[in-house]
Design a binder for this molecule. Sequence first.
Ligand code: ZN
Ligand code: ZN
Length: 424
Amino acid sequence: MTSTQPPVSSILDDLAECRPWQEDFYRQLHQHPELSHQEHETASAVATRLRDNGFEVTEGIGGTGVVGRLRNGDGPCVLLRADMDALPVEEATGLPYASTATAPNASSGSAEQVPVMHACGHDVHVTCLLGAAELLARHQDAWSGTLITLFQPAEELGDGARRMVDDGLAGVVGAVDVAMAQHVLPGVAGTVGTRAGAVLSAADSMRVTVHGRGAHGSMPQAAVDPVVLAAMIVVRLQGVVSREVAPTNPAVLTVGSIHAGTKSNVIGDHAVLELNVRTYDEQTRSTVLDAIRRIVVAECQASRSPAEPEFELYDRFPPTVNDAEATARVHAAFADHFGENVGELPLQSASEDFSDVPTALGVPYTYWGIGGTDPDTYRAAVVAGTVDSDIPVNHSPYFAPVMQPTLDTGTSALVVAALAWLGR
Ligand code: ZN
Ligand code: ZN
């Protein structure tokens, strides 16, 4: 690592002092993961640490969300965000600090106990942001402005950030100049990747119910057959991405589920289709969603459907489109600090709800990736051409970032990025 900016080097000299508590905190958090909207212990541990470092802390925003604010004179306001939730996945890493936790799977509406694991690395995000908060709090001589640390619930459900926004987040954080977040991903630990423009897809699930008229299977003249209607819709939807979206704009429209009827000689009276849409900008997103509605309505009319179709959108994630200027600023600061360990983050097909925060606040944002795989293991897999089969990805029961240099890198990245605005 090289460090050419004086405030960065003076602050990161203390990284070694934070490392022991950060590693303890990480192991503890990894061993005690909490599902979306159940992040009570995590939130309270976060709030305690922020208070110990002199932050003004607001808890319980949008459920379990926590915001820390450190005012340090005049200057810009930088918001750094970490997500706190874990997944209903049974950990198979075999690590000494592997999770054996279980919890009621409230998001599925059942009281059934499910295994819980930090399989997306949000424990890394929380630990790094707490480390960055401590380092910046210790070195207030090196910067000026306001630092906001935001710990959000339920990223995995796509509604944690929105719930914080709906619960008055804007009033808690005040005027913000830039918002930033990071995610640990498969890749060489110690590296960081930025990307201007689209970085993560928007995701929308849609449940479509179409109505027919039930009758005996031998008397189709008395029926409006919902199976034929649904089949026509499925075929017609295949033309949306291929005929209505520019080939330079990536988009996916999948009909993942279709249910109609009960028996071979009974024509049912309705069909339910479940669709998933992935797009990378708001315009393509509305083009695809509007086309689905138009086609379904038209096919219902063509089939003499006796009632209007119903549409229900759920599991929605906004697109993540990094601000070009903010990204260039962060990239330059990373290049100064990380040298050859900074690169370009490839376009990701996954989705995130982080952008709901800056969008609601009307501020630019940037979101970057950090590698979490043991460098030798990753490089060997690249050479062998086995990255896809051998390197566990997020949400896998084997996903376990190596603690170092991942924690050091994620912590440094947040400090370096914040100082690109706040540094004296
Ligand atoms: Zn995830
Ligand atoms: Zn995640």
